[in-house]
Design a protein around this ligand. Structure first.
Ligand SMILES: [Zn+2]
Length: 410
């Protein structure tokens, strides 16, 4: 065999250790005491998990704090500041910043990514031209797909529609949206579904980003997902309005999403940073409770979203940290619930982006990480570091475990 990972503890069966055999980039066998020869990695009973899945991140506008301000720290300031900065973006600049962020993701064990990408008459296709080369250049370590979206509006911003179409023709595989910046939010959602059907593309929209659940665009998205049978191919991100919904309204929205097959990515860092700005004290968290949606049968993921820009002036690209942050924000303490946080950066996230060649099972691509812990709940609670990452059976990352240098005994 090309590779045998010895003494691995798997996420769903942490009480025993197994060996994982890899050939030609694929997992071929998982069993205890595997009788085979080949290159070996003994992980000493540590957790081996499928690689992490970044279901919603913005490579193109990451790492721009040196040219933007974040003083008020609210959403209008973030949109204004990034809009101004975008005017100066070149493909080379986007490429260099995207590369920096992407490599941070790789060093945290991410093996799959859906990156959001903006088009409008101001930026044109320069963002796309900067990010596209990264897909090929880093194929050895990660599968990346692009979701193109109109951050500054579609129907109110002439020329944007043509750029959306051009990006889809040039390699973007998912259609995105930001209806809350459009003069006609439902018109934008209509057009996004039309483009998705035309290009046979999945949908992933920024949606319902605000404090109050009085009006929810997700009802309309669910209606169209039903009408066009786009369930399982339609995801929405943020939906912070649900964090402010009454239990009755929340439950109704959850049932609607479950029935329509609409999944949600929560962006804990951004949502926590941007929401609650209008309150003088006891600011609400503004982060929608994923576990309550999961209880209703809605698929949810957790993701990084923005890195070092006015939408989120933080970011180490660690999805384990996002899982931990989510557990903190949402009062998650039970071991089973913490394990669900880990599922939302792995299996659930993979399902949301329809990454079908994913998971630790014979026949699947050998994309996995080794963490310095034994169980997924430990990974989340203790922010266990990733020690190794593999993509298609080839090692892509080694991070030596920290070592204490004790003084010699006297
Ligand atoms: Zn986003």
């Amino acid at each position: 065999m090309d590779l045998i990972v010895r003494n691995a503890r798997l996420p769903d069966a942490p009480d025993r250790t197994v060996d994982i055999g890899v050939e030609a980039g694929r997992i071929v066998v998982i069993e205890a005491g595997l009788a085979a020869e080949g290159e070996e990695l003994d992980v000493g009973g540590r957790l081996v998990s499928p690689g992490f899945v970044e279901s919603h991140i913005h490579l193109d506008k990451s790492c721009i704090l040196d040219r933007c301000q974040s003083v008020r720290g609210d959403l209008p300031e973030a949109i204004d500041e990034v809009a101004k900065a975008k005017a100066g973006f070149t493909p080379e600049d986007v490429y260099a910043r995207g590369k920096r962020t992407l490599e941070k993701c790789l060093m945290q064990g991410t093996t799959h990514m859906r990156t959001q990408l903006e088009v409008d008459p101001g930026i044109g296709l320069r963002g796309l031209e900067g990010v596209l080369p990264l897909i090929e250049e880093y194929r050895w370590a990660i599968d990346i797909e692009i979701c193109v979206f109109p951050q500054e509006g579609l129907l109110n911003n002439p020329g944007t529609d043509e750029l959306m179409v051009a990006a889809l023709n040039k390699g973007a595989r998912v259609v995105g949206a930001a209806p809350y910046t459009d003069s006609d939010p439902h018109g934008q959602i209509d057009r996004v579904f039309e483009l998705a059907r035309e290009f046979d593309a999945d949908i992933d929209m920024h949606l319902d980003f605000g404090p109050s659940a009085e009006t929810l665009d997700l009802d309309y998205v669910c209606t169209l997902a039903d009408r066009y049978r786009w369930g399982g191919r339609t995801a929405i991100g943020h939906v912070t309005k649900l964090a402010g919904a009454s239990p009755t309204r929340f439950d109704a929205a959850a049932r609607r999403m479950r029935d329509a097959g609409v999944a949600l990515t929560v962006l804990p860092s951004t949502d926590l940073f941007l929401m609650g700005r209008d309150c003088d004290c006891n600011q609400p968290r503004g982060v929608t409770h994923t576990h309550k949606l999961i209880q209703h049968g809605v698929n949810c993921s957790l993701s990084t979203n923005n890195v070092l820009n006015p939408f989120t002036p933080f970011g180490d690209c660690s999805l384990v940290r996002m899982a931990n942050l989510n557990a903190n924000i949402c009062h998650i303490g039970a071991a089973a619930d913490i394990r669900e946080c880990f599922n939302m950066i792995t299996a659930r996230s993979a399902r949301l982006i329809n990454a079908r060649d994913y998971g630790l099972a014979p026949g699947k691509s050998a994309d996995f990480v080794v963490l310095d812990c034994e169980r997924t709940e430990e990974a989340v609670a203790e922010l266990a570091p990733v020690l190794f990452a593999y993509k298609r059976g080839r090692r892509t990352l080694t991070r030596p475990a920290a070592l204490l240098h004790r003084p010699p005994a006297s």
